[in-house]
Ligand binder design. Structure first.
Ligand SMILES: [Zn+2]
Length: 255
């Protein structure tokens, strides 16, 4: 049964974890032979030093709790896949969704996603959601003790949320993630359209909307027929002058 599980899922299964609040990442680290220490780190955000079957993970104590949790899970990903290496990971390497999927940092992030937001615990929760919004995602994030972005990314990756997550800075699109069920022709444009609400948040001082708002699909996609469709968008701000938008294509866009 456990043969088909991914490494992080196998860890959760071995520990008999059946609820999000049981995912205690420090206890899981201990179970895997790693002790976690919180320090003020200046040259990196987290690092792992392994010797034989034992390791010490250090995490920058000044980061937010959900970020520290993700960093520990990320280091456990290195411990699982890149054992024998001493690794120091910068803030730019942990959870950087703009880097290549073959990058060892992305492999470690994938492990962190599997460990902190496992599909078998997300599925029953996501099946109760009729209409996705940032508010719904935040509820799930609170339940799992993870960031909004990590949670939304995971829901989309697992096709539990049939939409896209698109990150922009003022120079253009940095990365995006589309749910497998979103037809691949809906590839978001690089430059942000001034008709999107996200534009006013990125370049102006518009506040976050309380709920997703309707916009013509050509605000996000430049396919010639995009103007015939509508979608919903809801944007939030993240550090480093970036904004992330939840794009929910209209039903007809899935045909
Ligand atoms: Zn790393």
């Amino acid at each position: 049964m456990s043969g088909g599980l991914r490494p992080a899922e196998r860890v959760l299964a071995n520990l008999g974890i059946t609820e999000p609040r049981e995912i205690d990442v420090e206890a899981i680290a201990w179970h895997l032979g790693a002790k976690v220490k919180f320090r003020e780190l200046d040259t990196c955000e987290a690092r792992i030093l392994g010797h034989g079957n034992r390791a010490i993970i250090c995490v920058d104590s000044r980061k937010r709790p959900e970020r520290r949790k993700f960093s520990i899970a990320h280091e456990l990903g290195h411990w699982t896949f890149h054992r024998g290496q001493c690794l120091a990971c910068s803030s730019d390497e942990i959870g950087n969704r703009a880097s290549r999927t073959t990058d060892p940092e992305r492999v470690a992030d994938g492990f962190a996603g599997d460990l902190l937001l496992p599909a078998y615990l997300l599925r029953p929760m996501s099946q109760q959601v009729q209409r996705w919004s940032l508010a719904r995602i935040r509820e799930v994030a609170i339940e799992f003790g993870t960031s909004v972005t990590a949670t939304a990314y995971r829901l989309i990756e697992l096709d539990m949320l049939p939409g896209l997550l698109v990150c922009h800075n003022k120079r253009g699109r940095r990365w995006f993630k589309a749910a497998p069920s979103v037809p691949s022709r809906w590839f978001p444009q690089h430059d942000m359209d001034h008709d999107s609400q996200a534009f006013d948040m990125l370049f102006g001082s518009a506040p976050e909307l309380a709920a997703p708002s309707l916009v013509d699909a050509d605000a996000w996609f430049d396919q010639s027929d995009a103007g015939q469709y509508q979608l919903q968008e809801q944007t939030y701000k993240v550090p480093n002058g970036e904004v992330i938008t939840l794009v929910l294509p209209g039903r007809k866009m899935f045909d």
